[in-house]
Design a protein around this ligand. Sequence first.
Ligand code: KG4
Ligand code: ZN
Length: 354
Amino acid sequence: MLVLGIETTCDETAAAVVRRRDDGSGEIASNVVLSQAAHAAYGGVVPEIAARAHVEVLDLVVAKAMVEAELNFQQLDGIAAAAGPGLIGGVIVGLTTAKAIALVTEKPLIAVNHLEAHALTARLTHNTAFPYCLFLASGGHTQIVAVIGVGEYVLIGTTRDDALGEAFDKTAKVLGLPYPGGPEVEIEAARGDPSRFALPRPMVDRPEPDFSLSGLKTALRLEAERIAPLTEQDVADLCAAFQAAVIEIVTDRLRVGLRVFRERFGRPTALVIAGGVAANQEMRSGIARMAASLGTPLVAPPASLCTDNGAIIAWAGAERLARGLTDTLDASPRPRWPLQAPPPAPPIAPPEAQ
Ligand code: KG4
Ligand code: ZN
């Protein structure tokens, strides 16, 4: 089964083709990602600029993905696009493009939840069996999720304030590092001393596997203001202290999350990490040590498949298509779309006749 996937929910314009075999394994035929550079000057993603940039390049990105896969549209079995959650202008561009291709080729459309795409990546890269425990850490989300099956997700823990990637990005901004901040903080941290600044570890040792990051972010800002102006070494040491605190928080929260998973669903086949923050190598090592101590296998897709791309959208599309889960051409773009679909709203009773 061959599926085209389109991703435009944030500032990556991406398209890819993946192949799903009958045994459930997968293979990437092409994966084209164009990261929009225009946002760096603003220190964050500007939705209007992002939407316009998607319009300008998406056709070319899709064409390149098809050429690299050495396929024409008629050879595809389905057309998938991320239909949310994300910046609505970009989502409309990607979903509308997918609808147009589906309409012309008469192939099924799959409107994919971007979070579900991150959640299912491990099945593309490692053929991971259900049920597994997912740690999803991106710019907008920080969640521990029980992945029971395709379309079956149970939220175990989440953040009460900032997302992890957001905390990395805000830390970078306070320290004068460019956007996106996560990779910059990681580079700086590598040459810093994590023990010079004592930063808090909010929520650590709490019995519920939730996160809170705003206190850590504020503590870092106050330290930076206290010692300003910052030298290069100060920046590196602050990044190292921040990253060390985050990794300690994450490993503690995941240890609790895995305990809750076992109590509710039995042993997971693996702990899977996904989302842009999972590209952080130190974070991966910390999580790997924690998982090993519990005897839980860790599945970490390559960093290039943790950040946003079309292959994970195409794969989620293929997983849904294989189960007959397709969408109609009136599928709506959704700026907000929780992974755990809310129960259907109860029918509204007709007003009582007076
Ligand atoms: O999943 P993703 O590509 O896009 C969203 O769906 O949000 O995640 C982007 C986030 C950004 O906040 C970025 O700073 C963070 O992931 N990130 C990292 C690293 N690479 C990307 N955070 C920490 N360390 C990294 N190496
Ligand atoms: Zn993402």
